[in-house]
Design a protein around this ligand. Sequence first.
Ligand code: FAD
Ligand code: MLT
Ligand code: ZN
Length: 471
Amino acid sequence: MSNMHPELLKRLQAAVGEAGLVKSDDAKAPYEIDWLGKWTGRSSIVVRPADTAQTAEVMRICHETHTPVVTQGGNTGMSGGATPDSSGAQVVLSTVRMNAIRAVDPLNNTLTAEAGVLLAHIQAAALEADRFFPLSLGSEGSCTIGGTLATNAGGIAVLRYGNARELALGLEVVLPDGRVWNGMRALRKDNTGYDLRDLFIGSEGTLGVITAAVLKLHPRPVARATAWVGAKDIDALVRLLAQLRAACGERLVAFEMLSAESLDLILEHVADVRAPLGSAHAFHALIELADTQGEGLAELLESSLGQALEQEVIDDVAVSVNGAQTLAFWKIREGISQAQMRAGKAIKHDIALPISAIAAFAHEADAALRSAQAGVRIINFGHLGDGNLHYNVLLPLDTSPEDLATTTARFNRIVHDIVSAANGSISAEHGVGQLRRDELRHYKSEVEFDLMMRIKQSLDPNQIMNPGKLI
Ligand code: FAD
Ligand code: MLT
Ligand code: ZN
C-alpha cells in the first residue's frame, strides 16, 4: 500500500478523485518496471489525472510539498526515463486517462490530441480524415504521443518527414509549479521570441508535463514500393542511399539497415519470418518509397536498384510484389527488439553521425570492440537513412549484473569516444533517461551542460521533475 503521508494522500485524492489513484502494491507494479525489465523502482503512489486541470492541481501540490514526480505515458521508453527510483518517495503521474483527440483540421493539416493518446490512434484518426501522420515506431500500439514528444522519438520515416519535433506545431504543458503554459498554436510560422515548444520536446519529463499537442498532418500517400537489398558492406549501403536520394527525392521514405548478425538473430528468435535474400549478405537494407501519386513508383524503385546492381554497388535485390510481402519485409525489421530481448542482454547504443561518417565509424568501432574482446557479438542495425545506428553488443542471457555493468562501461567508452571524435551524438532518438545520464555528463561541453542546468533550475527550482534522469 501507499506509504504516503496521509495529508498529502488526501490532497491528491481531492485533486484526481479515487478513480485517479492507484495505491496497492499489485496495481502499482506495472508502473514500476520498464518494458525491457531492465529498470525497476518503487513509487509512493500512481496518480492518473483525467485532464489538464487535474494535472495542474497535482503539480501544484507536489511543488508545494517538494514531492518528486515521474511522468509516464505508454512506458515503452528505451532509456529508463519513466521508471521511478527505489526510494518509494516518487509519485508516478500517468497520462493514460488523458486520451481524447480534441480536433482534426484537414484544411490546416493539423490534429490536436491529449498526451495519453496512443500513437497508433493518432495515425488512424489522421487516415480517417484522409490525411497522414507519419511518425511510426515498433511500439506505436503502446506508446503515447506525450511520451513520443517527451523523448523526441524518431522511427522509420524520419528520412522523409522528420522526428517528433518536426511534427509538432503546438504544445500544452503543465509546469512544475502547476501553472499551465498554453502553447497550442497551430501555426507554421511564429517568431515571437524563444521557442518554448522545442524546449519541452525531448526534455524527458524533467521540465514539465506535456498534456496536449497540435500535430502536423501530411497528404496521405496512395502508393508504396518496398525492396529488400543485400550488400557486401555498409559502405555500399551508404553509396546506395545517396544514389536513391538523388533518383527518388522526397519519395524515399525509409532506408533501414540490418547487419547479417542482426538478421540471423531475428531469424532465430522471431516466429514466421524468412530472409528475402537468404542470410549470406553481410548487410541488408529495407527500402521504401511512397507517393501521393500512384503512377510509376515501383518502376522507379526497380530501375534505381537495377542500376545499382549493374554498377555492383549492391549484390542482390527483392522488390515486394504485393502488400503481404511488404508486411513480411517489415515484420523482419520490427522483430529486432524482441529478438535481442530473447537472445541475451543487449548493451544498447543509439548513435547519430553524419551519413558520410557512418562507414568509417562502423569499421573503427568493429575493430576496437573485437580487439577489446574476442568473439564479441555486435548487433548493428538501424535507421541508416538518418545516420542513426543502434550499434548494440549482445551478452549472454546469464551475464551477471556486475559483469553487465563493467562491460557496459567499457564498451560505452569505446563506442562513444569514436562517436564523439566524429562530432556525433550518443543519443539519437531513444533519449538519455537513466541509461545515458552519466555518459551525457561525460560528453557534453561544460558550457552546454551549464546552460541545460540553468534552464532546469529556472523552470523546476524545487527539482521535483523526474529526478535522476537526463541531468
Ligand atoms: P514513456 O516510456 O512512458 O516515457 C518516456 C519518457 O518521456 C520518460 O522520461 C517520461 O518521463 C517522459 N514522458 C512520458 N510522457 C510524458 C508527458 N506527457 N510529458 C512529459 N514527459 C513525458 N523510439 C524511437 O525513437 N524510435 C524507434 O524506432 C523506436 N522503436 C521502438 C520499438 C519498440 C519495440 C519499443 C518497445 C520502443 C521503441 N522506441 C523507439 C522507444 C519508445 O517507444 C519511444 O521513446 C516512445 O515514444 C516513448 O513513449 P511512451 O509513451 O511509451 O513514453
Ligand atoms: C528500433 O529502431 O528498432 C529501435 O529503436 C531499437 C531497439 O530495439 O533497440
Ligand atoms: Zn530505432
